[in-house]
Write a protein that binds this ligand. Structure first.
Ligand SMILES: Cc1cc2nc3c(=O)[nH]c(=O)nc-3n(C[C@H](O)[C@H](O)[C@H](O)COP(=O)(O)OP(=O)(O)OC[C@H]3O[C@@H](n4cnc5c(N)ncnc54)[C@H](O)[C@@H]3O)c2cc1C
Length: 364
């Protein structure tokens, strides 16, 4: 038997969690699997509910160390800080040097700053560790006014949920576009608009933000609107580390359909930090989940010395997405189909719980 080659997984997000669960298959194909990632993974499907205090932190938290240990994977509890793709060495934030034969990068995304000044103290939707501080910043009682910037899925979830929370007197949702939820079908958009109106959320559209501070937002028309807390939900971008490593830019690590870097066959990238060059993909967890079996099969083939080129990611056109709008209400949409109500939230909770529990059963 030849010596095993080292596969280094960086980040324990949606794709790599699946590889950790199937580490035995990777080992059987000839890999020694190592993981470089923080101890915990927080699941964004319940991210807004945890942030607003509707669900406890544990509802979406997985023990990455437990999962790695169960899979016999050596876990470096640290983060990636440098990479030399030619020398095949990764450097961690604490200065460890980790050699590898193949590396897969899945380090997620950060909140896009919209290209405007954003003051310290504004809560961004990513990383989730920052968003999770939201509930703690709201008074238990009292009358906080919150501005949410960005009327995409996470901004809509947060504005709707915050409007039902004790301690919040008013919610303002600000977006530079003409509609809320531009990715939603028209009927679903109207449904969300009605929910927001019923709950007294002030929606400001075609309102370009020039500056966002913890106590005020400055709009391009000169208005300065005051608040007690600001949430930035203006979209997701690849972490600045991607550009710092020389592997890509704010759009992500450019990968082929095989999920390999366009220039480095030994570097794979998955999920939000990747830029899928065959066609642009939205930054949603579903892609990371669906890339997982493709990456696993490709690495198994590669480990066995077979042709891995047939294992390509073919994204589907439409996915089910369910927005948790708070107070027991959700909106489910897929393509042009949509459905709003209590049943939609029960469906979302069931899907999320099943996903989390499948990893808990594997040691996570
Ligand atoms: C509020 C909110 C709600 C959302 N709801 C949904 C939803 O319901 N459905 C959906 O499909 N999408 C949803 N999304 C989008 C979803 O969060 C992302 O698309 C998804 O998390 C991307 O998965 P990932 O595996 O690429 O990254 P992540 O899930 O972010 O995982 C990346 C991991 O890498 C780790 N990491 C980061 N930097 C480093 C480093 N330097 N070294 C090592 N490890 C590192 C992180 O700790 C993290 O655990 C939501 C987003 C937000 C903000």
């Amino acid at each position: 038997m030849p010596d095993p080659q080292t596969l280094l997984l960086v980040g324990a997000g949606h794709t790599h969690l699946h590889l950790l669960r199937h580490a035995d298959r990777l080992r059987a194909a000839g890999w020694r699997v190592e993981l470089l990632a923080p101890r915990w993974f927080d699941y964004s499907g319940v991210g807004s509910a945890v942030a607003t205090g509707a669900l406890p932190l544990e509802a979406g938290r997985l023990d990455v160390a437990g999962l790695a240990a169960r899979g016999g994977v050596r876990h470096h509890v640290d983060t990636l800080a440098g990479l030399d793709p030619r020398g095949r060495v990764a450097t961690t934030a604490t200065g460890q040097r980790l050699g590898y034969d193949v590396v897969s990068i899945g380090i997620g995304s950060v909140t896009s700053d919209l290209g405007v000044p954003v003051g310290a103290g504004v809560v961004g939707v990513k990383p989730l560790a920052g968003l999770q501080t939201l509930a703690g910043r709201l008074p238990d009682e009292g009358a906080a006014v919150v501005t949410v910037v960005g009327a995409g899925p996470s901004g809509l979830e947060l504005a709707a949920q915050l409007s039902t929370r004790a301690g919040v007197r008013g919610v303002r949702l600000v977006d530079g576009g003409d509609v809320v939820g531009p990715s939603l079908p028209t009927g679903a958009r109207r449904h969300v608009e009605r929910v927001l109106a019923r709950r007294g959320v002030e929606v400001l559209l075609a309102a370009r933000v020039e500056r966002l501070d913890p106590t005020s937002v400055t709009l391009a028309d000169g208005r300065v609107l005051e608040h007690d807390l600001a949430v930035l939900a203006g979209g997701l971008a690849a972490p600045p580390l991607v550009a710092d490593l020389g592997l890509g830019d704010e759009r992500g690590v450019p990968v082929r359909a095989t999920l390999q870097h366009v220039e480095h066959d030994d570097v794979y990238a998955v999920g939000d930090c990747a830029r899928f060059t065959p066609r642009p993909l939205p930054r949603i967890g579903v892609h990371g989940v669906r890339q997982a079996p493709v990456l696993l099969a490709a690495l198994e083939a590669r480990g066995r010395g077979e042709d891995a080129g047939q294992h390509v990611y073919r994204p589907r056109e439409h996915f089910l997405s369910v927005l948790d709008l708070g107070a027991g209400h959700a909106l489910a949409a897929r393509g042009r189909w949509w459905w709003g109500g209590r049943g939609a939230l029960m469906l979302k909770r069931r899907i999320d719980r099943r996903w989390i529990e499948s990893y808990r059963a594997a040691g996570g």
